[in-house]
Ligand binder design. Structure first.
Ligand code: ATP
Ligand code: MG
Length: 612
């Protein structure tokens, strides 16, 4: 690539290209998802559009495109390498039951390779498609489309569901294969024995960094039923996403995201406050600080007003800031510096994301406050942990006790992954399971404390809300049992007076169904079922078949609420949810549906109350 392209030009070109193909441009949504308690952040451009992928009509039509701010923390330990970020921008285009594979692939290819647009040589592109399995056929249609565009067979790779499949939402729902575009960085194939197979050239499935994934086209064409069957969908959708940082880096021959105009200025600002020069040995620290403080600035700058705390989004924010402060120490930075870096971020991005300029004061104040708060603890915590490491070394032990990790968390504000990172640097592990256990025990105790404190009637409001939260889980499950196993939460809104629950269904509920659903919920209330919360990995949550709103990327750990009878071991409902919930369904009173109505095409809405 001879001519350098700025990230802003790429945003504009992308929108212009898809406008010419009949797409409406929609704005970037908030980083905090609306009405979706199961996922903390918007992780892809698709996320705010899920209702429309499920059949609701979008006011701007069937073809949309945008750039979307995203936060992902699932790959947090990969940040510091060339291509992974916790905050990034995604360029996306969508078809809701309009065009499908052939056009989507042709347009991705045209935008990437045409001289008029990005002008990437097609020899640099490799493609992956779905290999097919017992559920769904090999995606020959996509492979054919790529071949017709001149991508030779040997640069098309077939992978299983783990790599080339999206969804479904919960256990059931829309899903389908995807095709991903990779750029060959020109690095040598990875060393023999380190590739996916010894003596075989590596391919886009390899993590060595030769191939960088730039764009993903997802084709939603099946509905997964409760029986585990994959039935072709009537409305076939396209959902694509391309990482702005990665494509900017590639077009400018940068070796990583961090040399692009999106991140380079921030990295330079960090170098200017650093007491040691940045070299190979501390490059990862500089990159982590750059990424984390940019992410923190965007989270603080979001209209939803998130600030550092010990729960949910606030805790992700806190972890990002604290990890940045810890790495800053490795660069010899002693003065408070995070607000200074945020100024760089705000200046760099406020023309595209005006909320950053608008919320400038909050961003700077909160960063500085959190930094000061943590710095005094950091020093003491580091002393404690290095003593522990010495004891372990002397006793030839490898694992840091859960109690130490918990003390560091509780008394010094060290997020678990910080302790794990410190341990890893010294060749130790942390008893993670033990830590999680202590943490959930601790949360139970402090919840009980809060309940006792509020039992003087002060907390009527939040108690009412808590009861309605639990009632919502019972309602969801009762609908699934009585009306259809495909029902799942599309949206939920709770006030102290009532709950509101949206779910996909093409028809009105009958009076008889409403009565049966009410009766089942009331039966489960009378049975006095236990409500139990457990923090677990997303994988485990899936394995225990917890319901979730949809399969985006969640935080690495999720809270799962189970409503069950511990004597018979019978589980009535199990959902991934942020809570809060009652301890026993007996606390709910009498459940009554007050309204059942349509909320959008194919979406029903129930309003219900609890009577004492
Ligand atoms: P990867 O396999 O590289 O982790 P992914 O398959 O999880 O990526 P998608 O969900 O397909 O990513 O996202 C679409 C595009 O968004 C990717 O092709 C990539 O360009 C970009 N992207 C995804 N995750 C990140 C990240 N953590 N940092 C920067 N860009 C990303
Ligand atoms: Mg992908």
């Amino acid at each position: 690539m001879s001519q350098k392209v700025s990230s802003q030009e790429i945003r504009e070109k992308f929108l212009q290209f898809f406008k010419e193909k009949g797409h409406a441009v929609i704005p970037s949504a908030s980083l905090i998802p609306e009405n979706d308690p199961t996922v903390l952040f918007t992780t892809a451009g698709m996320h705010p559009l899920v209702p429309f992928l499920l059949g609701e009509k979008h006011p701007s039509g069937k073809r949309l495109c945008n750039f979307q701010k995203c936060v992902r923390t699932g790959d947090i330990d990969r940040i510091g390498d060339a291509w992974y970020l916790s905050f990034f921008e995604m360029l996306g285009n969508w078809s809701f039951g309009d065009y499908f594979k052939k056009e989507a692939i042709e347009w991705s290819f045209e935008f990437l390779s045409s001289k008029k647009w990005l002008g990437i040589e097609k020899e640099k592109l490799s493609i992956t498609v779905f290999a097919g399995d017992k559920d769904a056929g090999r995606d020959e249609e996509s492979a054919r489309a790529w071949k017709e565009l001149g991508i030779p067979e040997e640069r098309i790779f077939y992978f299983p569901k783990s790599e080339n499949w999206w969804g479904p939402a919960g256990l059931t729902g829309p899903c389908g294969p995807c095709t991903e575009m990779f750029y060959d960085t020109g690095k040598p194939y990875c060393i023999k024995g380190k590739g996916p197979k010894i003596n075989e050239q590596c391919n886009p499935g390899c993590k060595c960094g030769k191939f960088v994934e730039i764009w993903n086209d997802v084709f939603m064409q099946y509905n997964k039923t409760a029986e585990g069957k994959f039935i072709p969908l009537k409305q076939k959708n396209v959902d694509t996403g391309m990482g702005l940082e990665r494509i900017t880096a590639i077009l400018n021959s940068c070796k990583s995201n961090f040399e692009t105009d999106l991140l380079e200025g921030i990295m330079r600002a960090i170098q200017s406050v650093s007491k040691v020069s940045v070299s190979e040995s501390n490059l990862a620290s500089a990159r982590i600080i750059t990424d984390h403080l940019r992410a923190a600035t965007f989270i603080l700058g979001d209209e939803k007003g998130i600030t550092p705390s010990n729960v949910d989004q606030g805790y992700v924010l806190r972890r990002l800031i604290r990890r940045a402060v810890r790495h800053a120490r490795l660069l010899g930075i002693e003065e408070n510096f995070t607000a200074k870096i945020a100024v760089e971020v705000i200046e760099r991005f406020k023309s595209v994301y005006p909320e950053l300029g608008k919320n400038r004061n909050r961003i700077l104040t909160e960063l500085d406050k959190e930094e000061s708060k943590f710095k005094s603890l950091l020093e003491k915590g580091l002393k404690l942990v290095s003593k522990e490491f010495e004891t372990l070394r002397a006793g030839k032990k490898k694992t840091l006790a859960a109690k130490t990790a918990f003390d560091l968390y509780q008394s010094f504000g060290f997020p678990l992954e910080m302790t794990q990172e410190l341990a890893k640097e010294q060749g130790f592990k942390v008893d993670e399971e033990g830590f999680e256990k202590m943490l959930s025990e601790h949360q139970e105790i402090s919840r009980k404390g809060a309940e006792q404190k509020f039992s003087g009637g002060l907390a009527d409001h939040s108690e009412a809300v808590t009861r309605l939260h639990t009632a919502t889980h019972l309602l969801n499950e009762a609908l699934r049992k009585i009306v259809s196993p495909n029902i799942h939460q599309k949206g939920s809104n709770i006030t102290s007076e009532r709950l509101r629950f949206d779910f996909p269904l093409e028809r009105k509920l009958t009076q008889e169904e409403i009565k049966k659903v009410e009766d089942l919920v009331n039966l489960k209330i009378q049975e006095g079922l236990t409500v139990e919360m457990e923090v677990m990995s997303l994988e485990k949550a899936k394995a225990v078949k917890a319901q979730g709103v949809f399969e985006g990327k969640y935080a690495e750990n999720v809270k799962v609420y189970t409503v069950w009878n511990p004597h018979t071991q019978e589980v009535f409902s199990r959902e991934i949810c942020g809570g809060p919930h009652v301890k026993n369904t007996k606390e709910l009173g009498k459940f009554k549906i007050v309204k059942e109505e349509s909320s959008a095409a194919g979406i029903r809405r129930i309003k219900a109350v609890l009577e004492n």
